[in-house]
Design a protein around this ligand. Structure first.
Ligand code: ADP
Ligand code: ZN
Ligand code: ZN
Length: 688
């Protein structure tokens, strides 16, 4: 490459150290995306080559060379994507690059033996030698000594070969289906001009079949595909169907893989051996070559937003990656987000493939009720063989208070009430995980009378066990502990002739249990009570998604929704299965209030051990974050979390780019100011 300078971005976590820095390429064949170790001052750092330059400010004799280069490099398109992400999410290049690094782990090889061309005629062979020859080609195993002897005679070749560590999967048979008219029309539209589309289809309308066909089209054009799903454990069917249709062309990427499995899947994609990557959020960074299709399944799912820095939204990153690659983007859901509805032209699958109607939904008014289960719910559960009950709150009761003095048991680290988990005999904080023994008496007034308010999944499980004679399976973060627990529990429920699946929002995800005839939502408005502009959207999606789980088989089904807010638009629309009506109403409301998609929100949270510095830092950011067309709300206090006092400002912007730039400048300035050294800053563009 001649006298070229390699520009290396060091992978450090501090915001202060920002490259790129110049290095001499040495004799290494560096390229954009090479992962290198470089001397840096008195230490050595890992870094990524982000570009090359003709000249450097650094004198030639002072330019240093990388001390080592990793075998696997980041594909250049992912380097570009990461640099874009760092800007878009007000993060650092180092943090964004670390999301696209090749996973650690080396390929595993094993010795592979095969026959040579040399004929066996006239060779004298023992029985063991004959047996060994007969089973070839194959790995050299217990009979290695025998094979080596044959190798010496030129009859066998033995060489190392990459051994794939393949993720465990639940194989399934592929079904060939004739497309419905709706599906055919949707595919024709996708085949058209390559514009991104929203695929809006009720559960069971055949969306997955569209993804499969679109992926086959991409492969036929010699291009690859990425398929994003919310959580593998909760959507094993989607993965299984891709594997059934495309076999080893599919690479699965998710957090439960071993290091070896992950690095093998990564390498298979990077080498073009596997052409389809399927996985949750982070699979948007899969090193798929010649990307032709990106699918975001269940695009409404909140798990697409990453809660670490950079706080990226995989849906937006997917759209950007597809745009850069000239790939087709398909975002599918039965309950699309208002943002997606607004942004993308829409394809509709209006009916279930099997022609069945969606189940009728009855709303049960719980105002004035004394018991968490409505009599109608009880009766329906007693009569149903298989049902799903959703209550989006775990634990026994929401909070404990002293009946004499009114004390509420709170977390010592966070300003929130502790939740009783009776089975474990503890009260815990659902924000920081703090746990303590269940109090027997009030430590303020000594009273022995402690009241428990509200009901979570643990208590409802207890109630249901008393009232019903069916096996009850609870699925929530408390029971989902072990690695395969979720999959095993769902498989058990699927196989059981009778049963009740009770749990948090985990029970409303993409499962397909044809024999479930009853769906129940308890306290459906719980999510509406959050002070958040997405409360409506979340409530609608939760209720409508659960409603889509019932009545998928010949016996039909129905859905009961218990609520204190029967007239709330989100609940009323969900009970009519009216996604379009809901989204239109919601878009009108957001427009009136200036919320996304009609404005961009950027949230900055300043936290510190004490109130004063957190407030001062938020004030400093608010003063400087001004941009044309931006409104700044706050600083406003947030509840204390993990012992940290917190203040936030929210920027509501009509122009995204200048607002992001202004917030970045304001946060960088405040973070550099020694007056705020006790403060941590967190920036969230498009907060959930
Ligand atoms: P969605 O993803 O919208 O929930 P699926 O693609 O999973 O819907 O389809 C639901 C069921 O219908 C699946 O069992 C699928 O195999 C089947 N299916 C899909 N398309 C057809 C079709 N055209 N004809 C018959 N069955 C179909
Ligand atoms: Zn008391
Ligand atoms: Zn806490």
């Amino acid at each position: 490459m001649g006298a070229v300078i390699a520009r290396v971005e060091p992978l450090t976590t501090t915001r202060r150290l920002s490259g790129p820095f110049d290095y001499a390429p040495g004799d290494a064949s560096l390229k954009v995306g090479s992962v290198v170790r470089v001397p840096f001052g008195h230490q050595a750092l890992d870094g990524v080559v982000v570009g090359f330059a003709e000249h450097s400010e650094v004198a030639p004799e002072r330019l240093q060379e990388p001390t080592s280069v990793r075998v696997e490099a980041i594909p250049p398109d992912l380097v570009e994507l990461a640099l874009w992400m760092a800007e878009e999410y007000c993060s650092t290049r180092a943090r964004a690059l670390s999301l696209v690094l090749p996973p650690p782990g080396r390929p595993r090889t094993r010795l592979w033996a095969q026959r040579t061309d040399r004929p066996l005629d006239g060779e004298r062979l023992t029985a063991r030698q004959r047996a060994a020859l007969e089973r070839l080609p194959g790995p050299a195993g217990d009979d290695r000594a025998v094979l080596r002897a044959l190798e010496a005679r030129g009859l066998v070749e033995i060489a190392p070969r990459a051994a794939r560590r393949a993720p465990l999967t639940r194989p399934q048979e592929d079904r060939e289906v004739a497309l419905t008219d709706d599906q055919r029309a949707a595919l024709r539209a996708l085949d058209g001009d390559g514009t991104a589309r929203l695929l809006h289809g009720v559960t069971g309308s055949g969306k997955t079949e569209i993804y499969l066909r679109a992926a086959a089209d991409a492969l036929a054009r010699d291009r690859g595909a990425i398929v994003l799903v919310p959580e593998i454990a909760l959507t094993p069917q989607t993965v299984a169907r891709f594997q059934a249709r495309f076999g080893d062309t599919v690479a699965v990427l998710h957090s439960a893989l071993s290091e070896g499995e992950r690095s093998d899947e990564w390498r298979r994609l990077a080498a073009g051996e596997a052409r389809i990557a399927i996985g949750p959020r982070s699979a948007v960074f899969a090193p798929v070559r010649d990307l032709g299709l990106v699918v975001v399944d269940e695009e409404h799912d909140a798990s697409y937003k990453h809660e670490g820095d950079p706080r990226y939204d995989a849906r937006l990153v997917a759209a950007e990656r597809a745009r850069r690659a000239g790939a087709l983007l398909v975002a599918g859901s039965a309950t699309p987000r208002p943002e997606t509805w607004h942004a993308l032209p829409r394809l509709t699958l209006g009916r279930r493939v099997d022609g069945r109607r969606l189940p009728p939904v009855h709303v049960l008014d719980m105002r004035g009720a004394r018991h968490p289960l409505h009599p109608a719910t009880r009766a329906a559960l007693a009569a149903s063989h298989k049902s799903i009950v959703l209550l989006n709150r775990r634990g026994w009761s929401n909070f404990l208070t002293c009946r004499s003095c009114g004390k509420v048991w709170e977390c010592p680290q966070c300003d929130v009430a502790l939740v009783l988990h009776r089975g474990e005999g503890v009260v815990t904080c659902h924000h920081c995980g703090h746990r303590e023994r269940v109090p027997e008496r009030c430590d303020t007034c000594g009273s022995l009378s402690v009241a428990r308010y509200g009901a979570g999944t643990e208590r409802i499980e207890h109630e249901l066990r008393e009232a019903l004679d069916v096996p009850i399976m609870r699925l929530d973060a408390d029971t989902a502990g072990a690695k395969d627990a979720v999959g095993a529990l769902l498989a058990r429920f699927a196989a059981a002739p009778r049963g009740l699946l009770l749990g948090t929002q985990m029970v409303a995800k993409g499962h397909d249990f044809p024999d479930v005839t009853l769906g129940v939502v308890l306290d459906a408005d719980a999510t509406l009570r959050f002070p958040d502009f997405r409360a409506e959207e979340r409530t609608f999606a939760l209720v409508a998604q659960l409603a889509g789980r019932a009545g998928r088989g010949p016996r039909g089904g129905r859905v009961l929704v218990q609520t204190l807010a029967p007239e709330a638009p989100a609940i009323a629309a969900a009970s009519r299965h009216d996604a379009e009506g809901f989204v239109r109403g919601e878009l009108a409301r957001r427009k009136a209030l200036g919320y996304p998609p009609f404005a961009d929100l950027i949230r900055v949270v300043c936290s510190a051990d004490e109130v004063a510095p957190a407030r001062a830092a938020a004030g400093a950011v608010a003063e400087r974050a001004d941009a044309p067309g931006a409104r700044i709300l706050g600083p406003a206090p947030l509840f204390r979390l993990r012992g940290r006092e917190r203040f936030q400002i929210v920027v509501k912007a009509s122009e995204r780019r200048p607002a992001i730039a202004a917030v970045r400048a304001a946060v960088d300035a405040a973070a550099r100011d020694r007056a705020h050294r006790a403060v941590s800053f967190s920036v969230d563009v498009d907060p959930q």
